[in-house]
Design a protein around this ligand. Structure first.
Ligand code: ATP
Ligand code: MG
Length: 213
């Protein structure tokens, strides 16, 4: 039953807020006919006026559209209105690995290995597509109802250039590779592997190996 006055995006009825980010919010969407759940990332155009924001979102959409892997969130479609851009994505139950570690204090080695294998599998696929994620951290790793890791948030991702070396320092300091922090050029695959190593440490231990300072 569709309530009157609820806002619809395409065939989806907008529901609860799943998360909030730089350019907008992520909300749950329910298909009017099938009841299928999706995550809808709503980007407000008014907040993305500068060119860097535009480039970032164009890249996020272009990259996500091209990816098809079980450990990477799937982008079904993009809908535009005069005020917003809606990314209709596979729904990953909304549980971040970050909250899961905090809840359990620390994960068993077996569970950590299972998650790590999936993270690495996603990163291996990305490297084959010549894409660096550049913001691998437990907030951007979601766990769905089948306990499958889904890598999200491709807002900082980029294609490898021909020499494989990228130069924009980005991501979160605690998870960033030393060469990136030093401001040197870096290999896209290597910095994603570094960040996943930080996640590997954090899962069974419950805290991070390096503090920001
Ligand atoms: P940015 O870092 O580019 O500003 P963001 O942090 O705003 O991006 P995301 O990381 O993509 O945006 O999403 C924010 C939060 O919304 C996630 O951390 C997660 O909790 C939730 N979320 C995002 N995508 C999904 C999804 N497909 N299924 C369930 N929850 C999601
Ligand atoms: Mg994020």
């Amino acid at each position: 039953i569709i309530k009157p006055n609820t806002k619809n995006i395409g065939q989806f009825v907008l529901g609860d807020v799943l998360g909030e980010g730089t350019f907008g919010i992520v909300r749950i969407g329910t298909h009017m006919l099938t009841g299928e759940k999706v995550a809808i990332k709503i980007l407000e155009k008014i907040k993305i006026l500068e060119q860097t924001g535009k480039t970032r979102i164009d890249r996020e959409i272009k990259i996500l559209k091209s990816l098809h892997h079980n450990n990477i969130i799937h982008l079904y479609s993009v809908i535009q209105s005069s005020t917003s851009i809606y990314l209709i994505m596979e729904y990953a139950n909304g549980k971040e690995l970050f909250d899961y570690i905090n809840l359990k204090k620390r994960l068993s080695e077996i569970e950590s290995c299972k998650f790590f294998q999936q993270i690495i599998s996603g990163i291996e696929y990305l490297s084959k597509c010549r894409i660096a994620h550049r913001d691998i951290k437990p907030e951007n790793l979601l766990i769905d109802e089948k306990n499958t890791i889904k890598i999200v948030d491709f807002g900082l991702s980029n294609f490898y250039p021909s020499n494989n070396l990228l130069s924009t320092a980005c991501g979160s300091p605690c998870y960033a590779a030393p060469e990136m922090i030093k401001g040197e050029k870096y290999n896209g695959l290597q910095v994603d592997i570094w960040s996943s190593g930080i996640v590997l440490y954090a899962m069974p231990v419950g805290y991070l190996p390096f503090e920001e300072n």
